[in-house]
Design a protein around this ligand. Structure first.
Ligand code: CA
Length: 225
């Protein structure tokens, strides 16, 4: 990081952030802006990294973030704020923030997070990372992935789970081999798997393997015709 911009309205916090940046990147030149207006004016100079406060006296730091994003795609924009609410996080991340740091964190944690930016590691306060993970846990697929399998896909899964080859499955179901291959591809995609062994495991898990217990891999004699 050669050129760093700090947008922060509280003078004391600004000095503290400048100190952190100088500790993290001793060779960097640091520019400071105390208002949205000053921040917008400053970005013309070009920066590698910007630490941007959200609550500024004349508006939201997100405007600086968006303007910097637009004019310098390579610049890293990290929000440094006291606001850890979901709306602020979503607004910042959807505006293209590369990180989100809460200012109340211990100094050594912040320092490490700044240094790691050079390694491509997103600067996220643990509390923010947890909120993001929780968000995806709550909004992710509610149903198990296998709920998406069609009746035909379940049939195909049952047969390959018994160790049948594609040709055997095709013959058994009276389908073309390419059609069976298409079903298998769909099943693999929906279950997020890539091998026959995994397919067999899922077939068993879903109760599709014929109700027999014990190993039956490869032991099946496909009923042709
Ligand atoms: Ca502020």
């Amino acid at each position: 990081m050669k050129r760093v911009l700090i947008v922060e309205d509280v003078a004391e916090t600004r000095r503290w952030l400048t100190g952190l940046v100088q500790a993290a990147f001793p060779a960097a030149t640091v520019a400071e802006a105390a208002t949205l207006r000053a921040g917008l004016a400053a970005i013309r100079d070009g920066f590698d990294l910007a630490l941007i406060d959200l609550g500024l006296p004349d508006g939201s730091g997100l405007e600086v973030l968006r303007a910097l994003r637009q004019s310098q795609a390579g610049a890293l924009c990290v929000v440094t704020t006291a606001m850890g609410d979901d709306a602020s996080i979503v607004a910042a991340l959807s505006s293209g923030a590369d990180g989100y740091l809460l200012k109340e964190q211990p100094e050594d944690v912040l320092l490490r997070q700044l240094r790691q930016l050079s390694l491509g590691i997103p600067a996220l306060s643990p509390a923010i990372a947890r909120r993001i993970m929780e968000h995806f846990r709550l909004t992710g697929p509610a149903a198990a992935p296998d709920a998406d399998l069609t009746a035909r896909e379940r049939e195909v899964l049952a047969l390959i789970g018994r160790g049948m080859r594609n040709t055997e499955v095709a013959a058994s179901l009276g389908l073309a081999e390419t059609t069976v291959a298409g079903y298998i591809k769909a099943v693999y995609r929906k279950l997020g798997i890539s091998s026959r062994a995994e397919a067999s495991w899922h077939a068993t898990r879903l109760g599709l393997s014929g109700g027999q217990t014990g190993g039956q891999a490869g032991g099946g004699s496909p009923a042709n015709g």
